[in-house]
Design a protein around this ligand. Structure first.
Ligand SMILES: Nc1ncnc2c1ncn2[C@@H]1O[C@H](COP(=O)(O)OP(=O)(O)O)[C@@H](O)[C@H]1O
Ligand SMILES: [Mg+2]
Length: 305
């Protein structure tokens, strides 16, 4: 199979985001340029690393964030696996189409939860070099109501089995969570080193953010003490006073997280239909550039490390 190489974005595609360690609240918002906030307490990740992109609100930008960070890391030479943990939309599995072999069973994340196969056996290549996928369909919902044994730890156990079997085949794993805080989302949080939280500026819901915060804290206490919130991504970002207030609120809640604006771009909403990452579909769009910068902040490239 000929896989398509993901481009490295040489040269700044349009204006780049400035990286600062604090925001200056005195700047009138009309003059304020979107900046990436990297507080002094932030620690960049190192491979191997498992990320979960999580926010129980639909339309927050989870799937877009999972795809674009995966594409940026693959372009940087990391071996990346994405896991579709959303049965409601399975948007990831119809965006980065799994390339199934002509014969044999077609596994999915559901099969892993029910101990029908290993995570490796449920992993398929995508059309894009450096990105493999564990797909899902609507039948992943069965995990929620049939509750197979140890489901909360099902994904963590599958990853641990793989690590035991030898050097893991992937540098980076990115889990695209469902818009719910159900069993599969808890399993994804329990299996991850780091949570990335996309928040759509227009659709912010403070109550929702509070219950996400609470869920993350319970997972940290009960099943996965190493979990941390590494970054908050403000998706479909537009310049407004509200966006600025939101950003400040977010950095109060997560003082160790980088806060990263991803500017609104029509190209970002077209790319899923083209079945390509935005990075390939529209390499010059602000969304491609912003996600590229986000990826470098969250997990720097090997050369830079
Ligand atoms: N930076 C952006 N600019 C414009 N539209 C965006 C951007 N990021 C995401 N979108 C659009 O917002 C919608 C929701 O994004 P999606 O990633 O599917 O969210 P979720 O997975 O949280 O439901 C999609 O239509 C997507 O194309
Ligand atoms: Mg989604």
């Amino acid at each position: 199979m000929n896989r398509i190489a993901l481009p490295s974005l040489d040269g700044p595609p349009g204006d780049r985001l400035e990286i600062v360690s604090a925001w200056n609240p005195e700047t009138p918002y009309q003059l304020w340029r979107p900046q990436i906030l990297v507080p002094a307490t932030f620690r960049p990740a190192a491979a191997p690393r498992t990320f979960v992109v999580v926010n129980q609100k639909g339309g927050a930008g989870k799937t877009t964030t999972a795809v674009e960070l995966a594409a940026a890391w693959a372009a940087a030479g990391y071996r990346v696996r994405v896991i579709d943990a959303d049965h409601q939309e399975a948007a990831l599995s119809v965006w980065l189409l799994p390339q199934y072999p002509n014969e044999g069973p077609r596994h999915s994340l559901r099969s892993v939860f029910f101990d029908e196969c290993s995570l490796a056996e449920a992993t398929y290549p995508t059309l894009f070099e450096g990105i493999d996928i564990v797909p899902s369909g609507v039948d992943l919902a069965r995990v929620e109501y049939e509750r197979p044994i140890g489901a909360e730890q099902g994904l963590a156990a599958a990853l641990a089995d793989e690590a035991k079997a030898g050097t893991p085949a992937y540098d980076v794993t990115v889990i695209d969570a469902a818009p719910s805080l159900g069993l599969v989302t808890v399993a994804a949080l329990s299996a991850s080193d780091e949570a990335l939280v996309p928040v759509k500026v227009g659709g912010l819901d403070m109550k929702g953010m509070a219950s996400l915060h609470k869920t993350i804290r319970s997972v940290q206490r009960k099943t996965n003490p190493k979990l941390r919130v590494g970054s908050v991504l403000l998706t479909a970002w537009d310049k407004s006073d509200f966006a600025r207030q939101l950003a400040s609120k977010v950095s109060e809640d997560y003082p160790e997280a980088a806060v990263i604006p991803i500017r609104r771009s029509v190209r970002a909403s077209e790319a899923p239909l083209a079945e390509q990452p935005v990075r390939l579909y529209a390499p010059k769009s602000t969304a491609s550039g912003d996600y590229d910068q986000a990826a470098r902040v969250i997990l720097p490239g090997r050369a830079a490390a």
